[in-house]
Write a new protein. Structure first.
Length: 123
């Protein structure tokens, strides 16, 4: 897969996650069965802003980094892998509840990590 296109796809996916955390945090909390207070909403809003910023970076990387996007693709693959490891650890210790958002983000991160690692290698 074309790495520049993969950065754009990544930007859209994580941008949607960021927007949902910023404007619709109840979707996250309700789908996992969590009861959220004001601090949880504040944390979700902050996370949403950070993720939207990351999505903007991912969108712009192919345009500004040129050939430098290949090592950046490895970093994005590592980031998705860290999210997968964190999710699996939280599932293992029963800290995170199950639900569609948990499973869908886990699968998406596994696929994106694999694609970033594969697409970032030099031919």
């Amino acid at each position: 897969m074309n790495l520049a296109l993969l950065f754009k796809i990544n930007a859209v996916i994580i941008g949607l996650n960021g927007l949902s955390a910023l404007f619709f945090p109840n979707i996250w909390f309700d789908a996992t069965g969590l009861t959220a207070g004001p601090l949880a909403y504040a944390a979700a809003h902050g996370l949403g802003c950070a993720v939207i910023g990351t999505a903007l970076l991912s969108w712009r990387i192919p345009d500004v980094a040129g050939e430098g996007m290949y090592p950046l693709g490895i970093i994005v693959g590592i980031t998705h892998s860290l999210f997968v490891l964190l999710s699996l650890y939280e599932w293992l210790i029963a800290q995170v509840l199950t639900g569609f958002p948990v499973y869908s983000n886990l699968v998406i991160s596994i696929v994106l990590a694999a694609l970033f690692f594969y697409s970032s290698r030099k031919a």
